[in-house]
Design a protein around this ligand. Structure first.
Ligand code: CP
Length: 304
């Protein structure tokens, strides 16, 4: 059993420094300009214990564009359904020849656990309420397509921070890069303690205060599947926190609006905001392919 994750693993933003982050973003820019089949004859397993469209498809396209062979293993259509454990599934995939494992799992820490048992790089494609590092990297990449630098940028993250692994990874990455992050939503979704996620984080309940001066608005999905037991009323949420065209005007003139997806039109944002020119949600999705190519090349020790 390896004592530590294999080199090239990407388990979270927490373990990356700014140099690592910039190296991945630079590599993604090169990938976007010119893609070579640098992972020919490499095998990558995509192990998905939870639903995904964007992350799964973009990792798969990214791997294939680099010439790798991919296999998708879904929890509902594999021996996982028969009770095979995460570790035994990892051993099996490795025995079949996988040279890297991309994993999404509903339990926080599952990729970290797997990485202690397998000796191939493990890439976290979203674990429970913990981290979603490739999303944070593609978010940073997308912002830098519109803004000169992340340093000094004011980013407003609105909505379900508590359940969001994207929020956690975004906050860690953006504050490492010198941005200021304002978290906004009701206490059920944005507990006061969220301000301790990193330096340079503010919490407010007032959407106008969060949006004034914002260079970037990131709306988060309201995770209805995780709201059981909370006192949250969706009508109240919409009245106070939904991102509408009128509310976007509270922010800076050149603000961009982002969302990791999947979006729920009419809940966290209105349909006209989803389709507006300043909204870059589909650009985020598109950039996900280049960023994930960079992550896979890094995992397999191939430089571009
Ligand atoms: N942003 C994101 O993780 O989307 P999927 O759940 O569709 O992969």
């Amino acid at each position: 059993m390896p004592a530590r994750p294999a080199a090239g693993s990407l388990l979270g933003i927490e373990a990356l420094d700014l140099k690592d982050i910039n190296r991945i973003l630079d590599s993604a820019r090169r990938m976007q300009r010119r893609t070579r089949p640098m992972l020919r004859e490499r095998r990558i397993a995509l192990l998905f214990y939870e639903a995904s469209t964007r992350t799964r498809v973009s990792f798969e396209y990214a791997a294939k564009m680099l010439g790798a062979t991919t296999t998708v293993i879904n929890a509902t259509a594999s021996s996982i359904e028969k009770g095979e454990s995460l570790i035994d599934t990892g051993y099996t995939i490795m025995a079949l020849g996988a040279q890297a494992i991309v994993i999404r799992h509903p339990s926080s820490g599952a990729p970290h656990l797997l990485s202690r048992y397998v000796d191939v790089p493990v890439i976290n494609a979203g674990d429970g309420m913990h981290e979603h590092p490739s999303q944070a990297l593609l978010d940073a990449y997308t912002i830098l397509g519109h803004k000169k630098t992340l340093k000094g940028l004011r980013v407003a993250l609105i909505g379900d921070i508590f359940h969001s692994r994207v929020a956690r990874s975004d906050v860690l990455l953006l504050t490492k890069a010198g941005a200021h992050v304002t978290l906004c939503g009701p206490p059920e979704l944005v507990p006061d303690v969220a301000r301790t996620l990193a330096d340079n984080v503010t919490v407010t309940r007032d959407l106008r205060e969060a949006l004034e001066d914002a260079d970037v608005i990131i709306a988060l999905r309201i995770q209805k599947e995780r709201l059981e037991g909370l006192q949250l009323k969706l009508d109240d949420y919409i009245a106070r926190y939904q991102i509408s065209a009128e509310r976007v005007r509270w922010a800076r003139k050149d603000v961009i609006v982002m969302h990791p997806g999947p979006i729920i039109r009419g809940l966290e944002l209105t349909a006209d905001v989803a389709d507006a020119e300043r909204t870059v949600i589909l650009e985020q999705v598109k950039n996900g392919v280049a960023v994930r190519m960079a992550i896979l090349a890094r995992a397999l020790g191939v430089s571009h």
